[in-house]
Ligand binder design. Structure first.
Ligand code: C2E
Ligand code: MG
Ligand code: MG
Ligand code: MG
Length: 267
């Protein structure tokens, strides 16, 4: 399918409810309990089948559709999360194009107001690439949203410049270490050294650290020993649709890994 036709189908999907959100658990590595979920957009097209976000998000960004798509994601995630327990934080990915949209701060206010979700329960994930093109402007937008009580996480850290200056100069609560750095954390000494540096630097700056893409117990145990705060990955749960009732669960079916019997993942 040519890009023009795909763009038309994506536009249609955004306007007619053809997208949905899956949620992946974020667990506290000190006790295995679920502390939040990340909302991840999914597009199932009648002709194209399941189109991965790594394809449709860039398309949405290059065509400007991301503003409408991102608004929908924000609204949907806040509404769903509002019906879950008060201690669950919902993380929503925000594109650089959205950050530059003059309506963005209002979009966040509206999503919170319409859903009734407490601002402290929303975390917005931004990437370094979103920031480095214009640090001053991006920082100003982040500060305005931060003033609403919303949290920010720097996503995919370790893939770009991995600037420590950014960690200091942005109003962030969390740094998410990219899966590419985490993958060999339990098998390659060099990777472990880098991850430990990031964890220590972030902690020194008062930030929490989330490890992305944990697939096995060795990685999880290594990160626990390194003092990493939270983690996400197939070991704890894949992204899944929101439950029809109740709240999201981790891999073992219990929202609390540490207290479930038998423990699905013993850290
Ligand atoms: P991300 O924000 O870094 O999300 C994490 C990605 O890693 C997700 O891919 C998730 O399914 C995948 N993942 C999580 N745990 C594991 C694991 O243990 N192993 C492996 N191999 N993969 C794991 P997904 O859902 O395909 O999304 C890819 C990217 O697309 C996201 O990366 C994010 O940058 C973007 N994206 C997804 N939804 C949205 C959205 O609503 N808005 C925006 N702007 N971007 C989105
Ligand atoms: Mg993310
Ligand atoms: Mg990421
Ligand atoms: Mg990513």
């Amino acid at each position: 399918m040519d890009p023009g036709a795909m763009e038309a189908r994506l536009r249609e999907a955004i306007l007619t409810g053809g997208l949905c959100l899956h949620y992946q658990p974020v667990v506290d590595l000190s006790n295995g309990s679920m502390v939040g979920v990340e909302a991840l957009a999914r597009w199932q097209d009648a002709e194209l089948g399941a189109v991965p976000p790594d394809e449709f998000i860039p398309l949405a960004e290059s065509t400007g559709l991301i503003v409408e798509l991102g608004r929908w994601v924000l609204d949907r995630a806040c509404r769903q999360a509002a019906s879950w327990p008060d201690d669950l934080v919902v993380s929503v990915n925000v594109s650089p194009v959205q950050l530059r949209d003059p309506m963005f701060v209002d979009d966040v206010k509206i999503a919170l107001g319409d859903s009734g979700l407490g601002p402290e329960r929303l975390c917005l994930e931004v990437t370094e690439t979103a920031i480095v093109t214009d640090v001053a402007d991006a920082a100003a937008v982040l500060r305005r949203v931060c003033d609403l009580g919303v949290q920010f996480a720097l996503d995919d850290f370790g893939t770009g410049h991995s600037s420590l200056t950014l960690l200091r100069n942005l109003p962030l609560q969390t740094v998410k270490i990219d899966r590419s750095l985490i993958r060999r954390v339990a098998t390659e000494a060099q990777d472990a050294v880098l991850v430990q540096l990031v964890i220590d630097a972030a902690h020194t700056l008062g930030l929490r650290v989330c490890a992305e893409g944990i697939e096995d117990l060795d990685q999880a145990q290594q990160l626990v020993s390194m003092g990493c705060d939270t983690a996400q990955g197939w070991l704890f749960g894949r992204p899944v649709p929101a439950p029809a009732s109740g709240s999201p669960q981790t891999a073992g079916g219990s929202p609390l890994l540490a207290t479930s019997t038998p423990a699905p993942v013993a850290l």
